[in-house]
Design a protein around this ligand. Structure first.
Ligand SMILES: [Mg+2]
Length: 297
């Protein structure tokens, strides 16, 4: 449960706080959204926000929007945990790669020449496949989303989340001030498909993540995108940590001034990962306590 302090309005803060309570499928109610209603952009706090000083009680009891005038809110400190997907959270049993090959075939009418996948964004992989034919990129990425969606059921059947992943996500989710999302080269639609196939979406806030479909030149650019989204929704993160399986994930974290936790479950040789000098290198996420400590720092 995060704690949101509702403070008395001061003379120079003439804003109105509107609380929306939402009923969750499990019957628990939550105060999920806080808007500064007068001339301010929506200010949204994620699931599990607890409102103190009475307004929250009323919101939960009524189960609908109430107005609570004369208050301002302060966001609690946020640690932003950004997860890589392939090789870190899930093994998609090759369906991600096959979807790319099908998409290329659909757009170009021939199979692609072999290209390197590990640690690269979909945007980078697509450009490598297209050998500079940039104008075909939007169509290829569209076909990629359709191809993976068609493979969703097979991916669920043949792929898996890595051991300890659900437990680690759940444990971090329960911690105060931790927001978890994705920092992935996958385009957003495919990121949602891959983690959704194994039930991991419940612990992740997709809205504040950054994806291969976001504008970027390098993977590290995506860290800034995720930070900005997190700041807009939760207040500025105090720190960011990337969890990934390749030296490129580690480098992206370092280039962006974030901590790097490497896990050796995926596509990289542990020695290569060690050489990239992550803050922590884990063999896998089976030891939940060790994983959480490594990530929280
Ligand atoms: Mg990866």
């Amino acid at each position: 449960m995060q704690r949101l302090d509702v403070l008395p309005q001061s003379r120079d803060v003439r804003r109105q706080l509107v609380l929306h309570a939402r009923k969750r499928p499990d019957g628990l109610e939550q105060a999920a959204e806080v808007s500064l209603a007068v001339g301010e952009p929506p200010y949204t706090l994620g699931e599990g926000v607890q409102v103190v000083e009475g307004a929250g009680d009323q919101a939960r009891r009524d189960g609908e929007s109430i107005e609570h005038g004369g208050a301002v809110c302060q966001a609690p400190p946020v640690l932003l945990v950004l997860w890589d997907i392939d090789g870190t959270l899930v093994d998609s049993a090759g369906h991600g790669k096959h979807a790319f090959e099908e998409a290329f075939q659909a757009v170009m009418g021939r199979p692609p020449a072999p290209v390197e996948f590990a640690g690269r964004t979909d945007h980078e992989i697509a450009l490598a496949m297209l050998e500079g034919e940039r104008e075909r990129l939007p169509r290829l990425l569209e076909e990629l989303a359709a191809a993976l969606e068609a493979r969703g059921e097979a991916m669920r059947r043949e792929g898996h989340a890595y051991p300890g992943v659900p437990e680690t996500l759940a444990e971090l989710h329960a911690r105060d001030g931790v927001v978890q999302s994705l920092l992935t080269g996958n385009i957003e639609a495919n990121a949602a498909l891959k983690v959704g196939a194994f039930g991991l979406e419940r612990w992740l806030d997709f809205e504040v993540g950054a994806y291969g479909s976001d504008p970027h030149e390098a993977r590290s650019d995506l860290v800034a995108v995720a930070r900005e989204r997190t700041a807009a929704k939760y207040g500025a993160p105090t720190a960011a940590v990337l969890v990934g399986d390749t030296p490129l994930d580690v480098r992206a974290a370092k280039d962006a001034g974030a901590r790097a936790v490497a896990v050796a479950t995926g596509f990289s040789d542990p020695d290569a990962l060690r050489a990239a000098r992550p803050d922590v290198l884990l063999p896998d996420l089976r030891d939940t306590e060790a994983a959480v400590e490594a990530i929280v720092g």
